[in-house]
Write a protein that binds this ligand. Structure first.
Ligand code: FMN
Length: 178
């Protein structure tokens, strides 16, 4: 059963890349700020490599999350599927945060603009129409390598809680007390 669950998770992440209303398209990315305080925010799943178990997120180089990840590259990715009462927590390591001009050019015009604000994301402004843009883009492609995955499905009579741990031999599985 655990093999099917692992494969099932991979399938949902693959679907989420293209299906706009998929429950896993938006997920919560958790990091620790340089002082060690937790930070959570919603992001879009832009890519998933099932072979490598890597997740892709796009962001602006100037965001707080990148400063946090520079000081501590460990992150947690939280996915929740409401109708199925299923939660997946992925502990991951940031392995790349590179610019990618080709990928940037493939984004539609509005999305491109988001990465070109004159002020960094989070800077105080006087009103919502007070944002100006430059020709410089701060687009970054973040790649997270999954290290361990915890799956929890609430279900009667038995909840299912499983941990998949990356090892040199593959993914080691353990059932956990829910
Ligand atoms: C629906 C939704 C999707 C979002 N997707 C992204 C995203 O893909 N990448 C991103 O950097 N921020 C995204 N954001 C904004 C983040 O939640 C966050 O506000 C921003 O990245 C600044 O976070 P930080 O200061 O912790 O770095 C999204 C917000 C919402 C509401």
């Amino acid at each position: 059963m655990e093999h099917e669950i692992f494969k099932g998770c991979q399938l949902e992440w693959i679907k989420a890349k293209t299906k706009k209303n998929h429950s896993f398209r938006y997920f919560v990315l958790g990091t620790s700020d340089p002082q060690g305080s937790p930070e959570l925010r919603t992001v879009v799943l832009r890519g998933f490599d099932a072979g490598k178990m890597q997740f892709v997120v796009y962001t602006d180089a100037r965001t707080a999350k990148l400063k946090s990840l520079e000081s501590n590259p460990v992150a947690e990715l939280l996915f929740y599927h409401g109708p199925r009462l299923t939660q997946i927590r992925v502990k991951a390591q940031l392995v790349s945060a590179a610019p990618d001009d080709e990928l940037f050019k493939q984004q539609h015009e509005g999305a491109q603009k988001d990465y070109t604000t004159a002020l960094p994301p989070g800077a105080v402004i006087k009103g919502i129409d007070q944002v100006s843009y430059t020709t410089e883009n701060h687009f970054r492609k973040l790649i997270f390598q999954a290290e361990s995955i915890e799956y929890l499905k609430l279900k009667r009579p038995n909840h299912i809680r499983l941990r998949f741990q990356k090892t040199d031999q593959g993914w080691e599985t353990n059932y956990l007390t829910p």
